[in-house]
Design a protein around this ligand. Structure first.
Ligand code: SF4
Length: 217
């Protein structure tokens, strides 16, 4: 896919999600939140669902949890514009409840198409619903901070997934917050490993593999 085709696909997904009625979550949304970020990034963050602020603004992770995510990124020298940020479901569940399995399934084609277009080397999951999409049957308490291969059926053809707690959980627990800072510190190494698995020849030649601290191609 060319960079222009990638941008077209991301815009098409956003336009379709804005008027989507595939699941009951459309009934209570103010705006769909398809996701945003650098279209040429190597790293996609996937959260669970939009909250109140996201629903109002149509943008992902713009509340307190988003501020904390930006702080996590800042500790490794990244900005939110360097990566792509989205959610498993694109519309806000009522009262911020967890998304239901049938809602996640209904919304799945949008995330698949985003991952096909972005073709990331690394997916960072935020929270257990997102993690469950990429690492089935894992427990967040054990899986956070670990790296796993991604099933290409998710839409990401050649990616690794790195699990983190949802920043909202870190806001509720200083222990989770501390662990999340540790996990964030592991993201650049996870990207380097994901690049190595994806293109062993390139990773063997640092001059061609891009700066490890950069999240974009
Ligand atoms: Fe459509 Fe996804 Fe919104 Fe459900 S959550 S209405 S599937 S965009």
């Amino acid at each position: 896919m060319t960079p222009a085709e990638r941008r077209e696909t991301l815009a098409a997904v956003a336009a379709e999600a804005a008027v989507c009625t595939r699941c009951r979550l459309h009934e209570g949304r103010t705006r769909a939140v398809p996701g945003e970020g650098h279209p040429d990034t190597e790293v996609v963050f996937v959260g669970e669902a939009p909250g109140m602020n996201e629903d109002r603004q149509g943008r992902p992770f713009v509340g307190r949890a988003g501020d904390l995510l930006v702080r996590f990124l800042g500790t490794i020298g990244w900005r939110r514009d360097d990566v792509f940020i989205t959610n498993v479901v694109k519309c806000r569940p009522p009262d911020n409840r967890d998304p239901e399995p049938d809602e996640i399934a209904a919304c799945r084609p949008y995330l698949e198409r985003q991952l096909q277009a972005l073709d990331p080397a690394l997916i960072v999951t935020l929270g257990r619903h997102s993690m469950g999409r990429f690492i089935p049957n894992a427990r967040i308490g054990q899986a956070h901070g670990t790296l796993h291969p991604v099933d290409p059926a998710t839409g990401a053809a050649a990616a690794m997934v790195y699990a983190m707690y949802h920043p909202a959980a870190a806001l509720r627990s200083t222990d989770v917050e501390r662990q999340s800072y540790d996990d964030a510190a592991g993201i650049p190494a996870a990207l380097i490993e994901a690049r190595r698995r994806r293109s062993p020849g390139l990773a063997a030649n640092p001059a061609r593999s891009g700066a490890p601290e950069s999240a974009t191609r």
